[in-house]
Design a protein around this ligand. Structure first.
Ligand SMILES: [Zn+2]
Length: 308
């Protein structure tokens, strides 16, 4: 019969791997919040459309699902998240796009890219570990360690290359340039913080254990395990004792949250108040992560430098 022969000839002529075909439109990438948006935008350049799900004034701990976000996810080719339980609303959002990542029209499935894959996750250091570690497993604030951020970048690169093979080489070049900047950031943290002593870290919520572990800071504890909740009185008293015992000179409030409770603890303990940025609120761009991490380094350096 003519048809099978024709098919055989066709398949024989196609034995070598197919050339990647050019996309008719740019890859559409949705990211969850500022650090992820910053990394993805830096790697994508103008080759893909990268947009951030969370608005500038909403952090991932207190995000509420909006109907317009369901449509944004359905329209995206992939959704890049921090993972490690940070986007606790992810399951509900995915379910509303039509089940296991399938678009409402059944025509395409959104790929969720989880940047916690392959990362060495830890719980919070004792004695202020308890709640999140017990209830949710591990601390999700991986992005605040530039070395872990490099691994996140590698995961984003692999996802973009897989989804958009014709631009794979350009993504590689962009990611290499961005990784060089992350290496420089890491080197600045090391050279700035290593000579300093008494690097006691007390923050508003439990966002900095990875940064503390990376750069030899002593993580004394946090005021509130979740930004929107007040801590139990016993826990607060234990923290005040720990601050006094360690002679902590500076407490770190954070961008986006009212530091009234922290200021009260500072008053009780004689510590002063500085600011660190968790990057949980705000809008990302290719330089936002690097800029905000450098502002954090400046705050840490001036706080840990003894008064003359
Ligand atoms: Zn947080």
């Amino acid at each position: 019969m003519a048809v099978p022969v024709a098919l055989t000839v066709f398949s024989t002529s196609c034995n070598k791997p197919a050339e990647p075909t050019a996309r008719t439109a740019k890859l559409r990438v949705l990211t969850s919040f500022l650090p992820i948006q910053s990394h993805a935008a830096a790697i994508a350049g103008d080759l893909a459309e990268v947009s951030q799900l969370l608005t500038a004034d909403t952090g991932p701990h207190d995000y509420q699902l909006r109907p317009t976000d369901v449509k944004r996810l359905a329209d995206a080719d992939m959704f890049i998240v921090n993972g490690a339980g940070l986007e606790s609303w992810l399951g509900e959002l995915m379910a509303k796009t039509g089940g296991s990542g399938q678009g409402n029209d059944g025509s395409k499935a959104q790929a969720v890219v989880d940047l916690s894959a392959g990362l060495q996750l830890t719980g919070n250091p004792a004695p202020f570990a308890a709640k999140r570690a017990a209830e949710e497993g591990k601390n999700p604030h991986t992005w605040l360690d530039p070395v872990l951020a490099k691994q996140q970048v590698a995961t984003i690169l692999a996802a973009l290359q897989k989804a958009d093979p014709p631009n794979a080489a350009a993504y590689t070049a962009n990611a290499a340039a961005y990784t060089t900047q992350l290496d420089a950031l890491d080197a600045e943290y090391r050279s700035t913080l290593t000579p300093l002593t008494n690097k006691n870290l007390v923050t508003f919520h439990d966002a900095f254990p990875y940064l503390a572990a990376r750069y030899g800071l002593t993580y004394i504890g946090c005021i509130s395990e979740f930004p929107e909740k007040d801590p139990p009185p016993q826990k607060l008293a234990a923290l005040v004792d720990a601050i006094r015992t360690a002679k902590v000179g500076v407490l770190f409030a954070e961008t986006g949250y009212a530091p009234a409770l922290l200021q009260e603890i500072a008053r009780q303990t004689g510590a002063r108040v500085s600011m660190l940025d968790t990057m949980e609120v705000g809008t990302g761009n290719p330089t936002a992560y690097l800029e905000r991490m450098r502002l954090n380094l400046t705050a840490l350096e001036s706080s840990f430098t003894p008064a003359p």
